[in-house]
Design a protein around this ligand. Structure first.
Ligand SMILES: [Fe+2]
Length: 275
């Protein structure tokens, strides 16, 4: 199966900008390319932080931009979101028995488990998996068919990336999440947002992927401690193909509209740079 991941668009109400960026234009470009180039995807996962401050007007703005998307959209929560405002703008938003934005989807080639790490009212940007959400995780890990890859999605990483500004606001209780995984099933891949830059590796043997946001990015400054340093690096979306053969992840700098060249072209090799 194929699917697309986009994350951290951080919308503000239409007419406002955040850090001088036009997230509406960025996301509209991503939607255009996803519709044009990936007609065979099963879904688009939006890995949280749909808005910057959670206002209904910001959700209305992002809902308008995402409306042309042809594939089913799975909105998830991030620390900047507000559950009820999100649900009001996206009626298809998942609701587990505890009221959280979580779901297990089983496809022929893979299972997709989306978790809600928003600590609404917690007074911090860090994430949390309460007892109810951990119980949902345990049940879902037990239910997911054993004969196909299990892919888990959550906004907040349970691990330290080495980016100190982000490590301080990761999931508050990674040991509790790990305890559930250790006694049930180890996911085959873990996908996250929140960090606004590409990071990959292994968390206790589980491969993980973190990608750039649709809006602003986080600077590559590992030891920065005085707030979170932002940048205007170009955004990515991600195309994933998952199945019995494994998992392949493509990152696309979707705003790039410059020229292409053939590497065998002698004139291109000599330059000057095209365009
Ligand atoms: Fe974010």
């Amino acid at each position: 199966m194929k699917f697309v991941i986009i994350t951290d668009p951080h919308f503000v109400p239409e007419g406002e900008t955040l850090f001088g960026l036009d997230a509406r234009a960025n996301l509209a470009r991503a939607v255009e390319l996803i519709n044009r180039d990936h007609p065979d995807i099963a879904l688009v996962i939006l890995l949280g932080d749909l808005t910057q401050r959670g206002e209904p007007a910001a959700y209305a703005s992002i809902a308008e931009i995402l409306a042309p998307l042809k594939a089913p959209l799975v909105p998830m929560t991030g620390n900047h979101d507000a559950r009820e405002a999100l649900r009001a703008a996206f009626p298809q938003t998942d609701r587990d028995p505890g009221g959280f934005v979580q779901a297990l989807r089983v496809y022929d080639d893979a299972s997709i488990l989306t978790l809600d790490t928003l600590d609404e009212g917690g007074g911090s940007s860090a994430g949390y998996l309460c007892a109810e959400r951990l119980a949902f995780l345990e049940q879902s890990l037990g239910e997911a068919p054993a004969d196909r890859p299990l892919l888990v999605f959550q906004h907040h990483p349970p691990l330290d990336t080495g980016l100190e500004a982000l490590d301080r606001i990761k999931l508050k209780n990674p040991e509790q999440e790990w305890a559930v995984i250790a006694r049930t099933r180890r996911p085959d891949y873990l996908f996250m947002g929140h960090v606004h830059r590409p990071v990959t590796g292994l968390w206790r043997g589980i491969p993980f992927h973190i990608q750039r946001g649709v809006s602003h990015q986080v600077a590559f400054e590992l030891e920065y401690r005085d707030g979170v340093p932002g940048t205007y690096e170009e955004p990515d979306y991600v195309l994933v193909e998952a199945g019995p053969g494994g998992v392949v992840i493509h990152q696309r700098a979707f705003n790039y509209a410059g020229p292409r060249f053939l590497m065998s072209d002698k004139a291109a090799q000599r330059g000057p740079r095209l365009g």
